[in-house]
Design a protein around this ligand. Structure first.
Ligand SMILES: Nc1ncnc2c1ncn2[C@@H]1O[C@H](COP(=O)(O)OP(=O)(O)OP(=O)(O)O)[C@@H](O)[C@H]1O
Length: 278
């Protein structure tokens, strides 16, 4: 069970990351975090997973403070995990999977290898981005967890593998005492998956309710899935609520940030590369 009460988070530079977040997500829940870029989803996930300390407010996961007590059975798959260079080296897939407990959980390993359609002869320097992500997910999900925090780590997957993975995760929450919080911008194929939805905007949880309650409240019709319709409506309203971003012109801002500009050749080189020529 995941609970927060009056949770605030302020970054080192004074930026307010989270404001007064109070959530109550029961065991067995699959919670979807919905919000625009910069809404605070990753910040919240990092705090729930115990990666960051929030000094104000209360957070407990299965009765423990994630940062102070540590979480024994929590798995956090986020940006840092996704960009870990180890999985780009010339190593066999089997070695990588074995290194994170592949031999200790043989049944779970085989199930994940099957669901994620992994070829056991792959070497990690010779796979596609999506194939690499499949291996990473196999590694990340191998050890049974009671809380799983996913920060948009399914973007590279093809639709079938993503579907199968989501089904696997759903079954996990139905057959074991565990819960999932998942931040994503992809709403296709998610109908029937989330039990709870949290709408985030500028560090606040504007709504937190069961999916049933949310869909009942927002009876949108349109060509997209109902979840996508709700997300589109929320983000459009959030944009209006936030107001225009630009308060100063390009020239005004540009004049103040020139100092310390890196005049080295690396930018030249970067632009040449993006044009496809060295
Ligand atoms: N280290 C930092 N210092 C100051 N502000 C930060 C820092 N990291 C993030 N922010 C700000 O906090 C806000 C929330 O960021 P966060 O990464 O939680 O958003 P998000 O909802 O996960 O966005 P996305 O959908 O793009 O992943 C953003 O406006 C961002 O600019």
């Amino acid at each position: 069970m995941i609970e927060t009460d009056g949770l605030f988070y302020v970054f080192g530079d004074g930026t307010v990351g989270l404001q007064d977040i109070s959530l109550n997500l029961p065991t067995g829940s699959r919670t979807l975090l919905i919000g625009a870029n910069g809404a605070g989803k990753s910040t919240l996930l990092r705090i729930l997973a115990g990666k960051t300390l929030a000094k104000l407010g209360k957070t407990t996961v299965d009765g423990r403070d994630p940062f102070r007590d540590g979480l024994q059975n929590a798995t956090y798959l986020g940006t840092e995990w996704a960009s870990n260079p180890t999985v780009r080296r010339d190593v066999p897939v089997t070695l990588l999977i074995a290194s994170v407990g592949g031999d200790a959980y043989p049944e779970r390993r085989d199930e994940l290898v099957d669901i994620l359609d992994i070829d056991l002869t792959w070497r990690m320097n010779a796979v596609s981005d999506g194939e690499r992500r499949r291996v990473q997910l196999c590694m990340g999900l191998l050890r049974p967890w009671t809380s799983l925090f996913l920060d948009e780590v399914t973007v590279d997957l093809d639709v079938l593998v993503r579907h199968r993975l989501l089904e696997f995760l759903k079954t996990e929450t139905e057959t074991r005492h565990c819960q999932i919080v998942y931040a994503t911008h992809i709403f296709d194929g998610l109908m029937g998956w989330p039990s709870h939805i949290v709408h985030m905007h500028l560090g606040q949880a504007l709504e937190a309710a069961t999916t049933e309650a949310v869909l009942k409240k927002y009876q949108n019709s349109g060509p997209n899935s109902r979840l996508l319709q709700v997300a589109l409506q929320w983000l459009q309203e959030d944009l209006t609520r936030r107001g225009q971003r630009q308060k100063r012109t390009w020239e005004e801002v540009r004049g103040t940030v020139d100092e310390g500009l890196d005049h080295s050749e690396k930018f030249d080189k970067y632009f040449k590369l993006t044009r496809g020529r060295e």
